[in-house]
Design a protein around this ligand. Structure first.
Ligand code: KIV
Ligand code: NA
Length: 264
């Protein structure tokens, strides 16, 4: 099986073939997703929530992201590994974006970086692209700006539609190889997908984007509590894991594990 690289994603758009991206934060999970043939793994700054337990993605740092990215690169020999730039690591300008991304490339083996924003980060995207660092953009609802956006809400409604279209065009023209669109009306996401030559990756953006992405713990049912409307649970890993742990503890308490077959 061939390794996925950015030109394969462009090729799939040309052929009208949809693909799936998942987030990933560790070696064991990366190996399973690679076996499953997931072509693109995103080491999301959602690791702030899923790995570190922060309430938002705002606190996570480059130093907290780097070990996760390294682990995913080692676990997934075929996937294209995209590394999310955290809040505070690129907003100051192209120079800061370059320094952060160079750290990722030198220290982790990631194949691409991702950052949030449209027109406002076009200069960063252009500088990274010129340096040979492929960039995935992220527009619509951008969680690092949750305070500025006034909460977790759909973007691109009403007057926001023109801004979203302008953002999509700006990131493409700046050289992004793909763009995530989060929490955007399906019809607007479809319109942008037809307009752009680069692949669009939807999350809460309907069924007509070129690709889809979910946080893996949401996808597999490990996330506890209520999840967003756009999430579908494809398994109940959380229940299974809790039950396995409880059964193990119970067997230890009752003295039935380990059995003779587990001993030397
Ligand atoms: O960090 C993340 O998980 C993301 C995806 C949801 C696109 O940015
Ligand atoms: Na993210």
């Amino acid at each position: 099986r061939r390794a996925t690289r950015i030109q394969h994603l462009a090729q799939m758009k040309a052929e009208g073939r949809k693909w799936a991206m998942l987030t990933c934060y560790d070696y064991s999970t990366a190996a399973r997703f690679d076996e499953a043939g997931i072509p693109v793994l995103l080491v999301g700054d959602s690791g702030a929530n899923t790995v570190y337990g922060y309430d938002t993605t705002i606190p996570i740092t480059l130093d907290e992201m780097i070990p996760l990215i390294r682990a995913v690169v080692r676990g997934a020999p075929h996937a294209l590994v995209v590394a999310d730039l955290p809040f505070g690591s690129y907003e100051a300008g192209p120079q800061q974006a370059l320094e952060s991304s160079v750290r990722y490339f030198k220290e982790t083996g990631a194949h691409a970086v991702k950052l949030e924003g449209g027109e406002r980060v076009a200069d960063q995207i252009a500088a990274l692209s010129a340096a040979g660092i492929p960039v995935m953009a992220h527009i619509g609802f951008t969680p690092q700006s949750v305070n500025g956006l006034g909460g977790y809400r759909v973007q691109g409604r009403g007057d926001g539609a023109d801004q979203l279209i302008a953002d999509a065009i700006a990131v493409q023209e700046a050289g992004a190889f793909a763009v995530v669109m989060e929490m955007v009306p399906a019809e607007l996401a479809a319109q942008i997908t037809r307009k752009l030559t680069i692949p669009t990756v939807g999350i809460g953006a309907g069924n007509e984007t070129d690709a889809q992405v979910l946080v893996w713990q949401d996808m597999a049912g490990l996330t506890s509590g209520k999840t967003a409307k756009f999430v579908k649970r494809f398994a109940a890993i959380g229940d299974e894991l809790r039950d396995a742990a409880a059964t193990y503890a119970d067997e230890v308490a009752r003295g039935t594990f380990p059995g003779p077959e587990h001993g030397y």
